[in-house]
Design a protein around this ligand. Sequence first.
Ligand code: FAD
Length: 585
Amino acid sequence: MPAPIDDIVHGVPPVVISNTTTLVNRTGSWKYIRPIYRDRVAPCNEGCPVGIDIEGYMNLLREDRVEEACDLLLRENPMPAVTGRVCYHPCESACNRRSFDEPVSIHAVERMLGDRVLDRPVEAIPHVQKETVAVVGSGPAGLGCAYHLVRLGYAVTVLEAASEPGGILRLGIPDYRLPKDVLAREIDRIRNLGVEIRCDTRVGKDFPWEDLDSFDAVFVGPGAHRSRPLGVEGEEGPGVLSGLAFLHEVNFGARPDLGKNVVVVGGGNTAMDCARTALRLGAKALVLYRRTRAEMPAIDEEVREAEAEEVAFQFLAAPVGVRRENGKLLGLECTRMRLGEPDESGRRRPVPVPDSEFFVPADTVLCAVGESLDPDALPEGLGNGWGVETDAFGASTRPRFFAGGDVLDGPRTVAHALGAGKRAALGIDRLFREKRGETVREAIPESLRYGRLGNLSATRWREDDPIPRVGAANEVVPYEDLNIEHFDHAPMHGDRLRVPELRRTGFDEVSRGLGTETALEEARRCFNCGVCNQCELCLIFCPDVAISRNEDGHGFVIDYEHCKGCGLCNAECPRGAMTMTREGL
Ligand code: FAD
């Protein structure tokens, strides 16, 4: 005798209980819509200019598969210990978790993985292809291109004007943000894979451009190293230095005496690096910027760190002249500014306020108002004053010549440079395959794009993805498509920063990153947007028991003969990895 229903669950109405199998009831015939599994693109992946499968490595970390996560990361990013430290992490700005509590600290997790592989032994990859490639410049664009080419089996020679490789990572970014030994070990890994790097070789001077004809293709990534002048009378003379040249000097071990008062002109990242470096050399630093803090091109994090270290700021002010006495710098003649109409960059144009001149004393002025291309760093016929134009595969208008990084007229960041280098490597591979008569992709296929140009997946190019994709729709998952009921609030584990008083005393690294365990905890905060991570909620919630595990243990199968299309699985899916489609479509 069955127990009265009320004794089992209060409030549940009487239900029909079948003594035989329900499989005979083919309830699947009722449905007019059906659920399907369809992986979509996580916003972090879409936002990453390097094209890293961030969601993919977070998912592996969730299962403590740390070494596999490192492998996945290295498939796309040649220098994760660098990007984990200095990338401006647009992935975090895109992170859906931002709308829930705080974004996942992706850069900190990436740094942990990057540091882990710094000393991982690597074996040289055999040059199985007959073609050779020259890369001009060993910044992130050049090294990124070389890395992906060598992984595709090509012999690559990098020609670098400076005495050490790394571009701005070596010449511009100070030790307290990116220790030199970290950079050197990342570059060693690239070298050990089989990339030849020849330093002290300026193409166009030590190595004629014509000699590059012996290579089957050339990648040009010389960056933008010409400091823009202040444009005021008297700037050529003692006490007024190019900010980039100053950083270069300090990065190679010099400790110049700047005097007591240093004025940095500019509001970008170079200005922040100059001011914070000046502090570490014992000076007081004042940043003079012609717009307000809100318009500063420097990323907010950099500005906040500079403020914490007691860099002073004078906004809405610009120099109009340099005052010297007996050849010695006394300071800058300045004027106050106000914001007028928006200019071509969309920011409000700074306009001088009449009769508002004032004087700012300075022992040294560091000029950091931007960098432009050096026309001598380009071969004839390549580029105009603004930069080199390329197609979606990094090919320039000159046959066999590809370009990327700061030399393009686009965003100037390490991540964009790495992405551009990879894009060109795939373009060069495409060119060679075409010449060999192999079938090549005419345009960038949707699945390669992660939604926009610049962040291609080398893995998908090679078609050797270790992670099975289900449906792989090239569509980004918005926050609204997540079922946030299944997530708990948890605070972000941010970088551990040294206290400002200690930072100012030297060039030791400011951020200590996260320990492995904390980074793994942080990775578990990831929603895995758009990708089935086998959580089984679809299976648990299916009222028809129509969902079961695949035989190989990966993914699920839906028994459509019994799924009546109620959509509960789709509604319950926490990460928007399922969708409902019309029957018969
Ligand atoms: P570069 O890094 O400039 O490398 C170009 C290389 O080419 C150099 O090594 C140069 O010596 C070499 N070269 C030039 N001409 C020749 C030639 N004729 N022959 C041979 N070699 C040649 N971005 C971030 O994302 N995060 C940051 O924290 C950050 N901080 C920055 C700080 C400073 C001070 C500056 C100036 C920039 C910073 N940036 C940052 C921007 C970022 O560094 C650049 O966008 C990136 O380095 C560009 O890479 P690239 O490879 O195109 O050029």
